[in-house]
Ligand binder design. Sequence first.
Ligand SMILES: [Zn+2]
Ligand SMILES: [Zn+2]
Length: 173
Amino acid sequence: MLKKRHLLIPLACLVLFIFIKYTIEFGNDLNDQSPIECLFCNIAHGKITPPKLEFENDEYVIFKDKNPAATYHYLAIPKQHFDSLKVLNESHVGLVERMKNGMIRFLESKNVSIENAVIGFHIPPFISQKHLHLHGISPKSEMDLSNRINFFIPSFWFKSADDAIESLKHADL
Ligand SMILES: [Zn+2]
Ligand SMILES: [Zn+2]
């Protein structure tokens, strides 16, 4: 019993840390954000630069994260507005798979090791932008403690792209 308590205290602190970090830093951004004023919609449609689009097709774009957690940190976002993973369903499995595969191909084109990469989504309310975005980060070893927590898999605030795809297939997001 005593041992379990020792684990619970640091875990509770981590959860509190993540919660405070997101509600304070980003909470305001999430209010009243309609797709029309959505920053990521504007980026995806080339209406705002920087960031420079590193990759673009009909469905999604890839650009560098403005607060990189490691040397390589990119975001893949769909051109169509979705608030987050939570609004997706089985019909979006293909989209998420293509975004994941596109991110992998993009990182590989930069000679980035995929084994050492983190590829996944934040889960509401732990999202910095209310527009679906897939993180691709490498190498993991460069990430500091706060980023390791922020992008920790598995956790209830961050999900790997593979887990997200599995959840969508089984409609249990
Ligand atoms: Zn949007
Ligand atoms: Zn995120």
